[in-house]
Design a protein. Structure first.
Length: 289
């Protein structure tokens, strides 16, 4: 089993090495509470089993519906069938991989670094009746070979997790090919910047990242230089992403008002402002190996 004492807090500290405790709270217990209780509750209330912006179409009423819309869109856009094999990287509870499997019958693997999410993912796959189709495992997305043991996939999802590793995107994209079947589909949702990096450092502080956020055209070039072909691109700020970030920000601000979340720890308004001004954009890329 998973060592519960290792916990989310230590995993974040070990994996990202980007958390400045003095900036986040006055004591470890307070930070631990945020990552173990407050943020998971915020996302659970907003998105159910998902931890993602989803696709907040005009006919969606909330982020749960937005994620369900995104799920259907991915299945159709990437032609996922029962003959596919899906890998979800940075999967959280694995809601996308699990529900794609439930709808199509395909096998899957979900990988995440946080023990809490792995435990919740195990419960979710049993709840959805797909425990014979796949697994949710703990692993570092920069060291996938440690946990995937040569497995190959027809479809790979990287939905809102790669902004933590912008300083190693080149090696990540190169290494990802190891796990791709010929002509594998890859879906990437990630942030990028449109201005000089110094102008978005408050956003990087919000993310608790040290690796500099990549500029949009440079991001696309990294994908192409790694040998992938770009099948689809969208600047989601022009579409659904602003509705999503505003929903998250509003819910977090309500927690702050109730005293459930220290205001200095809830900084989604910084990301929202950067997205509304166009300094940060949220992108969807669909590529083929």
């Amino acid at each position: 089993g998973i060592n519960a004492e290792y916990g989310e807090f230590q995993t974040f500290q070990h994996y990202f090495k980007r958390i400045n405790l003095s900036e986040m709270a006055t004591n470890q217990e307070g930070v631990n509470n945020v990552y173990e209780n407050v943020f998971p509750r915020l996302w659970r209330n907003l998105c159910g089993d998902y931890i993602n912006f989803g696709y907040f179409a005009s006919d969606c009423n909330n982020l749960i519906e937005a994620n369900e819309y995104m799920l259907r869109w991915l299945i159709k856009k990437m032609s996922i069938t029962s003959n596919s094999k899906v890998l979800e990287i940075g999967c959280g509870r694995g809601a996308y991989a699990i529900n794609i499997s439930k709808q199509t019958g395909c096998p899957f693997v979900g990988v995440d670094i946080l023990p809490r999410f792995i435990e919740e993912g195990q419960l979710l796959l049993e709840k959805e009746g797909v425990q014979d189709k796949g697994k949710i495992i703990i692993g570092d997305m920069t060291k996938l070979s440690d946990v995937l043991d040569g497995e190959k996939f027809t479809h790979i999802l990287c939905l809102g997790c790669l902004f933590y590793i912008h300083d190693s995107l080149d090696s990540f994209f190169a290494g990802l090919k190891t796990f791709c079947e010929p002509e594998a589909w890859i879906a990437i949702q990630d942030f990028s910047r449109t201005v000089e990096v110094d102008l978005i450092r408050p956003v990087m502080k919000h993310w608790r990242t040290e690796g500099e956020t990549v500029e949009t055209n440079s991001y696309i070039k990294k994908i192409l230089d790694a040998g992938y072909s770009l099948q689809y691109y969208n600047n989601d700020n022009n579409d659904f992403a602003l509705r999503s970030i505003n929903a998250v920000t509003k819910a977090g601000e309500e927690l702050v008002k109730k005293g459930d979340l220290p205001p200095e720890l809830f900084t989604f308004n910084i990301l929202r402002d950067a997205m509304e001004s166009g300094k940060i954009i949220y992108n969807t890329f669909i590529v083929k190996a």
